[in-house]
Design a protein. Structure first.
Length: 186
């Protein structure tokens, strides 16, 4: 059975060689090594080299990665990726976790705990963001994108509109969309 290795870096200034060396020094010998240079925000299944790996790896073979975050963008992506591999009988080894096979019973427990923690972190982030937005509103801060129209231009637009100039003509004159002109009257 073949051993597949996978490395990922976020930018072309980085190199996956350190990931490969780390795994080889831990005793792994790869039959195939795949690498992606892509943001961690990109789901695993949408990565070019990872997709190629999935096309080449056969049931009952092994995939080894240096760190858990190389597998997916977040806990949900990692869980889905590992489940899909597990359904094919492919072992998924993460060196960072003490060479834990994520498809084993202990590995599945570990993934479930990580997913629960990730979900809690996401919920806490949403709560903090909402609290910050509420506080800013209470302090009278204007939220959202700054207006494309300066206050003095805003007064001129209102006067011109009241004098009968159409919204389309105003949009052309000020180089903005009709929606921007319409928002001026809110």
């Amino acid at each position: 059975m073949a051993i597949f290795g996978y490395g990922r870096v976020s930018t072309s200034q980085q190199d996956t060689e350190n990931q490969r060396l780390e795994l080889e020094q831990a005793g792994w010998a790869f039959d195939f090594w795949f690498t992606d240079v892509v943001s961690g925000k990109t789901p695993a299944m949408q990565r070019k080299a990872f997709s190629e790996l999935l096309g080449k790896i056969r049931d009952d073979e092994t995939l080894v990665v240096a760190k858990l975050d190389r597998l997916g963008r977040d806990a949900i992506d990692v869980l889905q990726t590992v489940r899909m591999l597990s359904d094919r009988g492919i072992k998924v080894i993460v060196h960072q976790l003490g060479n834990t096979d994520l498809t084993s019973a202990a590995g599945k427990l570990l993934l479930s705990m990580l997913a629960a923690v990730a979900e809690m972190e996401r919920d806490l982030l949403i709560e903090r963001t909402q609290a910050g937005l509420s506080r800013a509103k209470a302090e009278g801060k204007k939220l959202g994108r700054p207006s494309k129209i300066a206050p003095e231009a805003r007064r001129a637009i209102i006067e011109k509109k009241n004098s009968g100039t159409s919204i389309s003509a105003l949009a052309r004159e000020y180089g903005v969309s009709r929606a921007t002109i319409t928002a001026t009257f809110d």
